[in-house]
Design a binder for this molecule. Structure first.
Ligand code: CDP
Length: 783
């Protein structure tokens, strides 16, 4: 009966990604691959102005073009009560403009045609009459007393201020600063950047006129949540809505919000009785969909003479764009920014944040970060590096002196977060050893003698992922808990359905490995399904590195439920008491008689063919996970650069990245995630920025103006790891997807500042183009 145990490729195995087989053959199924009978095509007319009164939209010339089925205007949407929709932050957003446009690229009208090219051509035949208005493109302008009010349609909204939010202890922080020997400050701006996924946003909306069933194929990172929002917006019964997210070509936070295009296409399909496809082009994606960052931050650190940190104060202004549309947990206006005390044992901290409307596309998405953690990490790591120089300490020593010690975990931060576990010294020591820090500092001193500018930048970040415990975490009131459903078939193969939605992270492989670890079924025998709201358990989706901490936990829990039943079945088959059954890696044995054994496959078959009286047939279950806490991955990054003072050009010589994400399910996938994040971090530090002119024209509307790093300029990465499991997580794993983007920008910028500090350069805002670096050197030389 017993089979020889084969090694199970569960947790810790670099199993090749199951999904890559179809991707590398070009056989993925993306939105644009979907073709339905009778399908029509939609194109959107966007505003050329950033702020303008809309006098009229005349679609009659467009309507007359052969192949045009309908021209949709704001007026038409208003007749169906669909001109405005709620956002995931509890604000409202125009679906199609009725009163005035509020950012360049905003949706003004849509054309539905038999062919996508006719739809695009017809856009040029729509006549729109605008009266341009004064424009606001920064929080500073938004706060000015004479600033035009962007959201004048909102009752009671008399200015551009959206929210004020505070965290920490003001009094204790004021005392710390009053008693400080030294105070160091830094003003910095984290520029507006774009997630720029390879696949742009789009949908195919298919409302069946006969049944009223709406099936919407959509590029969404959160299909379950979107279904609920659609039910609320459209007033349709939720069971009549099915959201399907097929293969998604990258999300990075860009595919969390509900975009007007999805709503217009669905309304058009409902009214016309045909499926309607809408796919953005690259410029539409860059100018109108969820941006990230755009935080203007001021930080101050109180210090003792010996370099001990005693207090932190941070205030920030957030540029949210024309609508407050990003998905933040409703209690947390700037997400998890209050993790800004980072890896340091700071006794007191106080944070204030103010959000403003501006004439820009809505932004603030969790672009490869857990709700504003990237901005927080950048602020503290830049401030810490500058503070080290100010107190005359080596930046590595300064950090180590102030790190939270290993035995202080669980550690309550001054803003009330409870860090689950960490060993910051170990990660730092490994990074310093790998980069050869002491030797590098000697080489740097020698190089300086010869007039060469070498810089060594460090960043020791603490991430916070896995939102979250239902007490504090919800989007629009819906708690952020996630589910997993598992069925083991009679032949011992399994089907796992999960509430997270992969966009390239390899979930089909890693979640199968969790089941493999728990039940001893090989990952290739486990099918993983996600992305279909009718066929997966409820959950709030994949962003903010939450999949492993939440859905990974639910997967382990449901596997353990099945393992409990499997043990009973094994006892029945082995004719022993359940207490005498031992289970390891898919084999049930009798205690003291290891030759008496059955496999999980034997047990699965028995679950349908030979189960004891009184037991339900089958081997399946569902689990929802409500995390008791978030998880706190961390790491230390070290970057070495050389700067050319004559041109401002800087070249990356080394990048060492030591990450600790607890137990690694698939080390190869984790390394891939870190490579991606480091590349993005480098891109932000060196070249990415969405710019606007003073009239609110978006300059970064294509990949010639919005620069993404290619393989040509991306540096080589040297990785290292430490393993500090999360004590509360069922498999000890912490999320990792975003960590490198969170941790690395500060390391790159700190390296350039380190090179230029002796020249008097104290700060340069990202992106560090050679022109900006050169100017900073010139400015320092003349002061
Ligand atoms: O939410 P998202 O999937 O973007 O982020 P994540 O939970 O950090 O996971 C990213 C990928 O890395 C997934 O395929 C995870 O299963 C994998 N991972 C892992 O293998 N081990 C970890 N400790 C964390 C993530």
């Amino acid at each position: 009966m017993a089979a020889e145990a084969e090694e199970i490729r569960g947790i810790g195995h670099s199993v090749r990604r199951k999904e890559d087989d179809r991707f590398i053959r070009g056989a993925g199924n993306y939105i644009d691959d979907i073709h339905l009978p009778g399908m029509l095509h939609m194109a959107i007319l966007r505003s050329p102005f950033a702020h303008a009164k809309l006098n009229s939209v005349d679609g009659s010339r467009a309507q007359a073009l052969e192949g045009v089925i309908a021209v949709v205007t704001g007026e038409l949407m208003a007749q169906h009560n669909l001109a405005w929709m709620p956002t995931l932050s509890g604000d409202t957003e125009a679906v199609l403009v009725t009163d005035k446009v509020r950012f360049q690229g905003q949706e003004v009208a849509a054309v539905i045609a038999t062919d996508p090219y006719i739809a695009r051509d017809a856009l040029e035949l729509i006549d729109v009459d605008y009266d341009p208005l004064g424009v606001v493109i920064s929080p500073e302008q938004a706060a000015a007393a004479d600033a035009p009010v962007i959201r004048d349609e909102k009752e009671g909204q008399t200015d551009n201020h959206i929210y004020h939010w505070e965290s920490g202890d003001k009094e204790a922080t004021d005392t710390a600063f009053a008693q400080a020997d030294k105070v160091v400050s830094l003003d910095t701006w984290y520029p507006r950047s774009h997630p720029a996924p390879l696949e742009t946003c789009g949908c195919v909306a298919d409302v069946n006129p006969a049944t009223g069933q709406a099936t919407i194929y959509m590029t969404s990172q959160a299909p379950q949540l979107i279904r609920t929002v659609f039910a609320l917006v459209a007033g349709l019964p939720e069971e009549k809505i099915r959201i399907v997210s097929p293969d998604i070509g990258g999300g990075f936070g860009n595919k969390v919000p509900v975009y007007p295009g999805y709503v217009i296409a669905t309304a058009a399909s409902l009214l016309l009785g045909h499926p309607v496809k809408w796919i953005e082009d690259r410029s539409e994606n860059l100018i109108s969909t969820g941006f990230a960052r755009d935080f203007w931050m001021h930080g101050e650190m109180a210090l003792k003479q010996d370099g001990t940190m005693t207090g932190l104060r941070v205030s920030l202004d957030a540029d949210e764009g024309a609508f407050h549309a990003d998905a933040q947990p409703s209690k947390l206006k700037v997400g998890l920014f209050h993790v800004v005390s980072g890896s340091y044992d700071l006794p007191a901290a106080h944070i204030t944040a103010d959000g403003y409307y501006t004439n820009k596309a809505p932004g603030g998405v969790a672009y490869r970060c857990s709700f504003r953690v990237t901005e927080a990490s950048y602020m503290i790591e830049r401030l810490v590096q500058n503070a080290a120089y100010e107190v005359g300490m080596d930046p590595a020593e300064f950090r180590k002196k102030n790190f939270i010690e290993k035995d202080q975990f669980p550690y309550e931060s001054p803003t009330g977060l409870v860090y689950d576990s960490g060993d910051y010294h170990a990660a730092m020591d490994l990074a310093l050893e790998k980069v050869g820090y002491d030797q590098l500092r000697k080489e740097q001193a020698e190089a300086r003698e010869q007039g060469r500018l070498i810089g060594i930048g460090l960043a020791s970040f603490t991430e916070i992922v896995g939102a979250g415990p239902h007490k504090d975490y919800d989007i629009l009131g819906i708690k952020m808990n996630d589910g997993a459903e598992l069925r083991v078939h009679p032949t011992g193969k399994a089907h796992l359905k999960i509430s997270s939605q992969t966009q390239g992270q390899g979930h089909e492989t890693t979640f199968a490995q969790i089941v493999a670890e728990e039940l001893g079924i090989q990952p290739e025998d486990i099918k993983v399904t996600h992305g279909d709201s009718d066929d997966t358990p409820y959950g709030l989706g994949t962003y903010a590195s939450r999949s492993t901490p939440t859905v990974g936990a639910a997967t382990a829990m449901v596997s353990r439920k099945l393992a409990d039943k499997a043990r009973k079945l094994a006892a029945h088959l082995l004719e022993v008491s359940e207490d005498d059954v031992e289970f390891e890696k898919g084999r049930f044995t009798v205690a003291g008689a290891p030759d008496k054994a059955v496999t999980i496959q034997d047990v699965a078959f028995a679950a349908y063919t030979n189960f004891p009286d009184g037991m339900e047939a089958g081997l399946e279950g569902v689990a929802y996970y409500d995390p008791p806490n978030l998880t706190y991955p961390f790491g230390t990054y070290a970057v070495v650069v050389e700067v050319d003072a004559d041109t401002g050009q800087w070249k990356v010589e080394r990048v060492v990245a030591v990450d600790d994400c607890g137990v690694r399910i698939n080390p190869m996938i984790v390394e891939g995630q870190i490579h991606g994040g480091l590349t993005e971090g480098f891109g932000i530090a060196a070249m990415e920025q969405i710019t606007f002119d003073e009239e609110g024209n978006c300059i970064g509307a294509n990949f010639l103006d919005y620069l993404l790093p290619t393989a040509w300029e991306t540096p080589r990465f040297e990785l290292g790891e430490t393993v500090t499991p999360s004590p509360h997580h069922p498999i000890g794993a912490k999320g990792v997807g975003e960590s490198a983007t969170v941790g690395s920008p500060a390391a790159f910028v700190n390296a350039v500042i380190d090179a230029l500090w002796p020249l008097g350069v104290r700060n340069i805002d990202m992106p560090l183009t050679s022109g900006k670096v050169w100017e900073a050197i010139q400015a320092a030389r003349t002061t």
